[in-house]
Design a protein around this ligand. Sequence first.
Ligand code: NAP
Length: 245
Amino acid sequence: MAASSINLVIGANSTIAKALIEKLQCNFPDDPVVAISRSASIDFSESESQRVDWIGSDYSEQSMLAISTHMQAQKIYFNRIFICNGILHDEEFLPEKRLNDIDKQVLHKLFEVNAFQPVLWLKHLVRLLPREQECVVTVFSARVGSIDDNERGGWYSYRASKAALNMLFKTAAIECRRFAKNIKFLAFHPGTTDTPLSAPFQKGVPEARLFHPDFVADQLLKLLRDLPEEPILNFLDWQGEVISW
Ligand SMILES: NC(=O)c1ccc[n+]([C@@H]2O[C@H](COP(=O)([O-])OP(=O)(O)OC[C@H]3O[C@@H](n4cnc5c(N)ncnc54)[C@H](OP(=O)(O)O)[C@@H]3O)[C@@H](O)[C@H]2O)c1
């Protein structure tokens, strides 16, 4: 990485993203962190929050364009981008167990948040990726987005939206490689991590397999240190193991 690298964390109010921001600040104290979230509030300590440039966004394309245009005008180029957004359930729906549970609105919502918004961010941020310095774009995927790995079924919308996310980023990675050899891509599976997203599904998870967000953030930063140039999109879990598509 460059002597001073600029970090961008999108979906910054995610539990894992907040742990990641703290680890970035701790491991790379000279590297600025820009955080984007729907949420205007931050529950970091005062000293940490002062060092994060927090930007509110409704994740519309208009907002993505406005933010990226503003950054380009300021000649900001990002060396590490983390796109953390993801939903599995909310107060109105739970993951589907069977075909009969499939609801078109839920499918739309999960594809919107888990696949469309991340790739639209990339569309607008690509002009802010440096062409010579090292640069890694990490998108939070999930093992359940692997088609090969799907042995248990269920969770139709979440699985399908993460599989779509993987395909969108693989396609983007191929395109980016044509004009910038320095950009690496990672689709990251954090493992089951103790956050609101996994909260309703933690019962059967052995204690040792339910990770603390700090642990996951550390693992991710370790992975980025030695991320290979090939494959063009790495699909890796928290311990660096390759996940098949
Ligand atoms: N926790 C796990 O066990 C686990 C396992 C595999 C993969 N993951 C993935 O890891 C990532 C981080 O998740 P987390 O566990 O830290 O979950 P979390 O604490 O629930 O964070 C949710 C994230 O999704 C965004 N989000 C939520 N609702 C949204 C909406 N309606 N529109 C746009 N963005 C929305 C939030 O962005 P704002 O900052 O804008 O609020 C935030 O980044 C997700 O992509 C998730 O799929 C998690």
